[in-house]
Ligand binder design. Structure first.
Ligand code: FES
Length: 107
């Protein structure tokens, strides 16, 4: 039961980490000390410092945007794009491999 996430920074550096199915893109980043995602609220959807841009091809693999996530995406440090998500809401299914880019700033 595993999932993978490839994180690309705003300057183009790439790392791929493995996590467990059921973990979020934010949790996997935290476990590996990834800079680029802060996740100040720990996943309770009240900070928007876990903002990521999801590769277009991977959007359909993820749970839909909730109303609250949509509201919080209006408060990100770097302006949202159509492929913006809060990484704490991106819970991964078994075998999933997601590619995200972190914004230049989270605060
Ligand atoms: S960790 Fe705070 S909104 Fe995602």
């Amino acid at each position: 039961m595993s999932a993978q996430v490839t994180y690309t920074s705003s300057t183009g550096e790439q790392v791929t980490y493995e996590g467990a199915a059921g973990e979020s893109v934010m949790q996997i980043a935290m476990h590996h000390g990834l800079r680029g995602i802060i996740a100040e609220c720990g996943g309770s959807m009240s900070c928007s410092t876990c903002h990521v841009f999801v590769d277009e091809d991977d959007l359909e693999l993820l749970p839909p945007v909730s109303e609250l996530e949509d509201e919080m995406l209006d408060t990100t440090a770097v302006d949202r794009e159509p492929n913006s998500r809060l990484s704490c809401q991106l819970v991964l299914a078994d075998g999933c491999w997601i590619h995200v880019t972190t914004p230049e700033s989270q605060m």
